[in-house]
Design a protein around this ligand. Structure first.
Ligand code: AMP
Length: 219
């Protein structure tokens, strides 16, 4: 494929991170997760991280102005010349508008927005079993994608954790925030004519196949 600029949309637990990590090899573009970038900033105790943390811990959105600067810098990186796969950004109307402006200025518009649709029961089940490696960021699921050695990362052997924002109270807030602030972007991108609604239920391999079919990539 030549250039490809894709956004993955969907509620927390829809499988965006899992899919993004497996899709980038096929698409030949970097995976940009705003959540991962923010978590790196939190761990690195940067100014951005210190400001972002209080919002993330309670499942609220980090203010647009903080996130926009971070994303603009990231998509300006040379590795993004062939495009990118954005995961978790944009999440508000203002972010979607700002992304449009950034891309207009660079001369390459967004080609595809993939909205992963998953029912609420499945979302809760996925989030409740999610574990992550605090060192390399790899994600697991106690039922659907268990590590080879229980509780340890296959890649680096670090003990897996439940992310602070995967705790039940926070999850409920994140789902509410998604419904109020992010779900309206589905309609926005439908009107732009670049929306693909993809069924996010089933095995990661099945979902991956549906996404690649939607964006016209190779499996
Ligand atoms: P995620 O891993 O994408 O679910 O993001 C984890 C948390 O980071 C979210 O609950 C928000 O607090 C924050 N976050 C990630 N992306 C954004 C964004 N585009 N705008 C605002 N906050 C974000």
């Amino acid at each position: 494929m030549s250039e490809v600029r894709v956004v993955l949309l969907g509620p927390p637990g829809a499988g965006k991170g899992t899919q993004a990590k497996s899709l980038v090899a096929s698409l030949g573009v970097p995976h940009i997760s705003s959540g991962d970038l923010l978590r790196e900033a939190v761990t690195g105790l940067t100014e951005l991280g210190l400001e972002a943390r209080s919002y993330m811990d309670v499942g609220d959105l980090v203010p647009d102005e903080l996130v926009l600067g971070m994303i603009e810098k990231r998509i300006g990186g040379t590795d993004c010349a062939p495009g990118f796969l954005l995961d978790g950004f944009p999440r508000t109307q203002a972010q979607a508008a700002a992304l449009g402006d950034m891309l207009n200025a660079r001369g390459g518009p967004l080609e595809h927005v993939v909205a992963l649709a998953v029912n609420r029961t499945e979302v809760v089940e996925r989030l409740a079993g999610r574990r992550s490696c605090p060192d390399c960021g790899r994600l697991y699921h106690v039922r659907f994608e268990a590590p080879q050695n229980e509780g340890r990362c296959d890649g680096c052997g670090t003990e897996l954790v439940v992310r602070d924002d995967d705790r039940e109270e926070t999850v409920r807030q994140r789902v509410a925030v998604y419904e109020n602030r992010t779900a309206p972007l589905i309609e926005f991108y439908r009107q732009e004519g670049i929306l693909h609604e993809v069924n996010g239920s089933g095995s990661p391999a099945d979902v991956r196949g549906r996404i690649l079919e939607a964006v016209g990539g190779q499996a």
